[in-house]
Design a binder for this molecule. Sequence first.
Ligand code: UT7
Length: 336
Amino acid sequence: MTGLQVTQGAAHSKIYAVGGYRPRRSVTNAEICTMIDSSDEWIQTRSGIKERRWASPDETVQAMAVAAGRAALARTELAPGQIDVVIVSTVTHFHATPAIATRIAAELGAKGAAAFDISAACAGFCYGIAMADSMIRTGTARHVLVIGAERLSDITDKHDRGTAFLFADGAGAAVVGPSDEPGIGPVVWGSDGDQADLITQTAAFDVAARQTGVNHQDFPTLRMDGNPVFRWASYTMAKVAAEAMDRAGVGPDQIDVFAPHQANLRIVDAMFRALKLPDRVVIAKDIEYQGNTSAASIPLALEALLESGEAHSGQTALIIGFGAGLVYAGQVIVLP
Ligand code: UT7
C-alpha cells in the first residue's frame, strides 16, 4: 500500500464534433503534369485524385490547425478554456522544440491546457483519438482537442513522379469528451520499424541545413516506395480494421460509414472489399478533391460526410490511419 490517490475518469468518451480547414488553392492534375511526366488519366486511375489543395504562405500549420480547432469547437457547447489537452499530429512543423501545440492552444484560448505534438504521420489522428479516449476514461483530462495539420507540399518534391501528385495540405480536428455511452471503441495500433525506409525524408533536416544553409527550397523531401506501401495498406491494414471491429464487438453489418486514411482511392476500395462491408456503407472519398493530407485526412473526410448529409450523428464509423513509420491505428467510433 503506497497510499497514493489515483484518478478515475468518465465511464466512456466520445467525439463531440469535428472541424476542418482546407487551403484556398486547388491544384489540378493538369498543373501537376507541368511538373512531372504523367497524365490526368493516370493520376485519376491510379490514385483517384482529381485535385488537391496546396497551402499559400499565410496558411501555416499553426493557422490551419487553429482554424480547424475553432471549427470543431464551434460545433460544441464548450468554451476554449474548457479544453484540458491539445494534441497536434504533424510531420511538417519544422522545429524540434517548442511544439506547435502550445502556440495553437494559446491562440485558440485553451489557456494552460497540456499541449504536445505527436509524430505518427498518417496514423496521427487515430493515435490522438486513442490517447484522448484513454485520458478521459482515466481522469487525466475531461476535454481533449485532437488536431492533424500538415503542409506536405513543403516537403514534396514537385518533380518526383512517385509523390508529387499525391501529397497535399490541410487540417482537421476533433473535440473529445466524456460520455455515458461508449463512443470510441478500443484502438488496434502498432508499428513496423523494419519497413521505415518505405516512406522517409531524403535527408535529416540538420544534415540539409549544414549542407545548404537553411533555405526552404533545399528542404529534404519525402520519398515513398509506393507499391510495397500500397500492398501493405490494402491487405495488412484491412486485417487491422477487421480487428478493430472485432474488439469493438461490431460486425460489418453494424458499420454505417467507412472513413480510412485518404491515401489512395484504390486502397480505400480494396480495404472495403476485403472487409466485406455492405454496399449501403458510406465510403469517404475526400481524397478526390483533397489529395493525401496525412494526419488531417480522416477528420476532413468525416467533416465532409457530416456536412453534406451523407453521414449522420449517431452513426457508427470505422476509421483507420496508416503511413510512414510504418505506423497504424484503427478504431470504431460513433459519429458526432
Ligand atoms: O499516406 C501514407 C501511405 N501512403 C500510401 O498508402 C500510398 C501507397 N501507394 C500508392 O498509392 C501507389 O503506389 C501510387 C499511387 C503512389 C503509385 O501507384 P502504383 O499502382 O503502385 O504504381 P507503380 O509505382 O507500380 O507504377 C506503375 C507504372 C510504372 O510504369 P511501368 O513500369 O508499368 O511501365 C511507373 O513507371 O506507372 C508508372 N508511373 C507513372 N506514370 C505516370 C509511376 N508514377 C507515374 C506517374 N505518372 N506519376
